[in-house]
Each structure stands twice: as C-alpha cells, then as structure tokens.
Design a protein around this ligand. Structure first.
Ligand SMILES: Cc1ncc(COP(=O)(O)O)c(C=O)c1O
Length: 389
C-alpha cells in the first residue's frame, strides 16, 4: 500500500517550518473557507447528557436532510436508500467491499483521487485505469477504448465527477456512455460526487442519479468535507436504489457501529444552509481557478489545461521529476524564508511512468496567499533547474 502523495512530504514541510520557513500548502484539498456557523451552533445546542452511539445507518435527521438536499438536483432517494458514513472515504471503501470479491477489478479514469488506491488495495481489489489525457481536457476516451479495459474480473466503475485531480466535469453524454458500458458488462457504478457544486464557466455537474436505466447499479457518494468546508467533521454518505446493496452496506455500517454523534448533529444543520452560501463559495473558487490558471500559463515551460470543476489542476512542469522537485522545494528552496508544497502527480496514475513530471495543485488558499504561492512555484522551478543542470 502506498503512502499518500498528498501527505507523505508533510514531515519535510514540518521540518521546514521548524527551520523558520513559511510553507504555503497547495498540496491538499483543505479549503480555507470558514465552515458555516450553523455547524457549531447546532453542536452547542446539543443537550443530551450522554454521547450515545447513534443508529448504524446514520442519524435519521441527517438522512432526511440529505434526502431533501438531493431534491434540488431532481434526485429522489428515500430515507431507507441513504446511509451515513465516516466521510466520503468510508463510503468508497464500503462500495468497493460491497461490489467486489478479493482479486476483482474496478475501472477508474486516471489520473484519479490517489486514495482510491488505498481504499481498494486494502480489500485486495485492483484498479484498472482508463487513461485520460490533458490534451483532451481529461475527458473520457471512446466507448471502444473503455470496453477494452474490461476483463471478466471487472465489477464496477468508480468515478469522481467533478474530478480530483483533473478538475474535469464530465458531460451527460460521457456518463451515458459509461451507463451503456455498465449495462452491457453488468457493472456497478460508484459515483463520487463530493465536488458536485464546484463547477465553473456556467457548467453544471450531471449526477449519475439523473441517468436513466442504471438506477439499480448506481451508488452516489457524498460528503460535507468540501461542500461545507467541514473536512474534519468526517461526515459522508452513500445512497443507492439497489435493495440488496443497501442490505449489504448496512452490514458494514453495523460492523463499525456508528458515525460520530455530535458531528452528525452539526452536519444536519449544514444541509440546511441556504443555496446562497454554496453559490458564493462557487464564485470564490472560480476566482481562485482563474488566478491559478493565469499564473501557471505565464510560467515558462508549464503545460496545463484550464480545469472546469473541483479545486485542483494538474500541471506538467519543465523539470525531470516532480517528486524530487516537491521535496527539494521543502528542503532546499526559499525566497524570503517562504516556500510552497505541492503534490507530485505520479501516484494519481495507475499506469507506471505517467505523471512523473506533473504536479497537482489545490487552489484552496485565500487570494493573497495563492498569488504568492504560485510566484514561489515559478521561482522554485527556475532555481531547481539551475541547481540541477
Ligand atoms: C474525489 C474525492 N473523493 C472523496 C474524498 C474524501 O472525502 P472525505 O473527507 O469526505 O472522506 C476526497 C477528498 O479529498 C476526494 O477528493
């Protein structure tokens, strides 16, 4: 099992900080935006004397709130079709366990959210990549190319839409092709939609919950982490209309007893926060996206596509090795005692050799810090190449 490429350089960042350097974090999708005050208000108002286990399926009030939230998107999940999980992460692990036996395969467009590796390898499931490319805006290849990735061991398709780390927003047509493939090859679809609201340039995210004909094979994964800037709450959910899947997912929920009681109280309040909050956050992130893309476009030799969703971008750098570079930025580089931390992208690919000179940037910092961090990246690339001539 790999160490997370997002987190494995953290000890070096901590050392740099101990040595007096300021480190700007572009490596992790931890938004700088304040969690809506409704979260803490609800927790403060909690007046039970005991923090008891909650129901394994999840607090009924939270489940109801999520069922209501989905109606905004014309998605209709009854309360017995939704389960609460410890973040979207646990939902994805449960989805892999519920759909696969040891040795089975899940199809995933690469580059993909790197923790999909950890979620699957821990239960002896293999990721089969569908390679997507920057020059195609990381959109999916043809149906024939997707079909060619399928083997008798393939049990499911796992997809993040909008995509981390690519920022791609898949079109309805692309989802319909995946749905056709799933029907023809009898596959489940695990649709990770934790960035549903993060779409730019007037685009909207089509959910697999809105695609006809696959209702019994789709699982929708969600989370409050990014939507409400509440990563530490660890509240996610999974829903499906497939009764057998729900029955089996419930067994997994029961085996881990429950999700934290207080955080579910807070999360219920978050799902009641008005759409205006999400719209404002969206405007803010589109601004961040523009700052990041414009700055990257001006750095000599950097190649990247303009992302249209989530809050990440993959950038190809004019350097030999992104992991070496990311480490060097923490150990050797500083400008006015400041440096920047990025994630090397190779571990976001399953195909060996891809992404070696690419990084993933999370454009989550507030504007001033983001501008400075990107300036440091530019200075760092130049200094790295000078030092490694
Ligand atoms: C695509 C994607 N799915 C799931 C997660 C996990 O989110 P959570 O904090 O809800 O476990 C992340 C976190 O970065 C993510 O980027």
């Amino acid at each position: 099992m790999q160490a997370s490429p997002v987190r494995k350089l953290v000890p070096f960042a901590q050392q740099a900080q101990k040595n007096g350097k300021t480190v700007y974090h572009l490596n992790i999708g931890q938004p700088d935006i304040k969690t809506p005050s409704e979260f803490m208000d609800a927790i403060r108002a909690f007046d039970e004397e005991t923090i008891a286990y909650s129901v394994s399926n999840g607090d009924p009030k939270l489940i109801k709130a999520i069922s209501e939230y989905y109606k905004r998107f014309d998605m209709h999940y009854a309360e017995d079709e939704i389960l609460i999980t410890n973040g979207g992460s646990e939902a994805l692990i449960f989805a892999a366990i519920a759909t696969c036996n040891a040795g089975d395969e899940i199809l995933v467009p690469e580059p993909f959210y790197t923790n999909y590796n950890g979620f699957t390898i821990a239960v002896d499931v293999k990721i089969k990549p569908i390679t997507t490319k920057a020059e195609d805006g990381f959109h999916l290849p043809s149906k024939e190319e997707i079909l060619a990735c399928i083997t008798p061991k393939t049990k499911a398709i796992m997809i993040s839409n909008p995509g981390n780390p690519t920022g791609v927003v898949y079109s309805r047509q692309e989802l319909e092709i995946l749905a056709e493939v799933a029907i023809e090859k009898d596959l489940f679809i695990i649709s990770d939609e934790v960035y549903r609201e993060f779409t730019y340039d007037g685009l909207t995210c089509t959910s697999f919950g809105n695609i006809d004909g696959v209702e019994d094979r789709v699982m929708i994964v969600d989370s409050v982490s990014k939507r409400y800037s509440a990563c530490g709450a660890r509240i996610g959910s999974i829903c499906t209309k497939n009764k057998e899947l729900i029955t089996n997912l419930i067994k997994l929920c029961q085996s881990r007893l429950c999700v934290p009681t207080l955080e579910q109280v807070g999360a219920t309040a978050l799902y009641g926060v008005s759409q205006d909050y999400l719209d404002e956050v969206n405007v803010e992130y589109q601004k961040h996206r523009d700052i990041t893309y414009n700055a990257l476009s001006k750095i000599d030799g950097v190649i990247c596509e303009k992302p249209t969703g989530a809050f990440y971008v993959i950038a190809k750098l004019p350097i030999d090795n992104a992991e070496k570079f990311a480490l060097w930025m923490l150990t050797d580089f500083a400008d006015k005692d400041e440096t920047v931390m990025v994630s090397p992208a190779a571990d976001f690919y399953a195909t060996k050799g891809l992404g070696v000179d690419e990084i993933r940037i999370a454009y989550i910092l507030e504007e001033k810090s983001l501008v400075r961090a990107l300036e440091l990246l530019d200075l760092g690339i130049k200094a790295y190449n000078k030092a490694h001539k």
